[in-house]
Ligand binder design. Sequence first.
Ligand SMILES: NC(=O)c1ccc[n+]([C@@H]2O[C@H](COP(=O)([O-])OP(=O)(O)OC[C@H]3O[C@@H](n4cnc5c(N)ncnc54)[C@H](OP(=O)(O)O)[C@@H]3O)[C@@H](O)[C@H]2O)c1
Length: 337
Amino acid sequence: MPRSNTQVLLAARPTGWVTEECFRVVEIDAPTPNDGEVLVENRWLSLDPYMRGRMSDAKSYAAKVELGAPMVGSTVGVVLESRAPAGSGLAPGDWVVGAFGWQSLGVAKPGALRKVDVTRVPPQAYLGVVGMPGVTAFVGLYDLAEPKEGETVIVSAASGAVGGVVGQLAKLRGCRAVGIAGGREKCDYAVRELGFDACVDHRAPDFEAQLAAATPSGIDVDFENVGGPVMDAIFRRLNPFARVSLCGLVSQYNATTPYGVTNFHQLLVNRVQLQGFIVSDHLDRWPEALATLGRLVVEGKLKWRESIAEGLAAAPRAFVGMLRGENLGKQLVRIGA
Ligand SMILES: NC(=O)c1ccc[n+]([C@@H]2O[C@H](COP(=O)([O-])OP(=O)(O)OC[C@H]3O[C@@H](n4cnc5c(N)ncnc54)[C@H](OP(=O)(O)O)[C@@H]3O)[C@@H](O)[C@H]2O)c1
């Protein structure tokens, strides 16, 4: 059994851009499970943009991380020891998804964990395409925006964990899928590997002209991940009765001055339906979404890429890098062998 637990703590609340100095890595004694609990060795940690919000004092939909406490986050790992009842369904060697945060070990009751089958899907995919980001894409696109065959769907952060699934689900519905991503490499990946019809580089000097060329019939669905000037440019091209699934505003998470949208009136004149959503409000939809995404992965119809940081000490650097757009695909931390 491991003797120590590596944790990454919130050391300081960022003002503006988060830095590596906001985190501290510590080694503490390994936890021991009480009666009814299991001990889990976390193998993979998911890094997600929402974690930036948890580092802040500002009022939000979820509780902030306290200073000196481990950062929150989803993990996938292996049960090392079980003191859970025999009927709990968990035994040593089982793979489980948990919310243990940025640490190498954790104890929990079985009810707080989801056992996963890693025989046909790699374990870390349960943090991405068949995990929370995949469900976010499914709910935000299919349930909320209800795209119809032939419509144009646009998604920002298109090569990322959520955006990559959105584009592929849009194609499976018979839509024109257009991505927006930072840089040529990401755009090429979205088109050549994920099957988007087009992808526009938001860093290109002629971004707006490229966006117009990629959306000749306007935009019917905006799966909005980014906000700021990218969203403003999208708003200018919305069609009458377009739908905006407002999933994230990652361009604003480190901003000290919020971006002022100039094309807000387009929502009125085009009678646009805008729906902000948080995937954890849609727990009733998770079973169907996960089953569908898992089937698509096994059938080879959903593809993804991963950016992997090695070890928890590398997590702060990878987290800052993800918010700066340095990741391609799902950002993960590999915790152990
Ligand atoms: N509502 C929900 O329940 C829910 C659940 C999950 C995720 N989300 C949101 O979904 C979005 C995507 O999350 P993810 O996990 O898939 O992350 P991700 O796309 O894998 O990584 C974040 C990406 O954001 C892009 N970005 C950062 N700053 C930007 C800027 N100023 N302008 C344009 N793009 C910028 C970068 O991509 P480029 O280099 O391509 O620009 C970066 O790679 C985030 O906004 C997140 O908060 C919401």
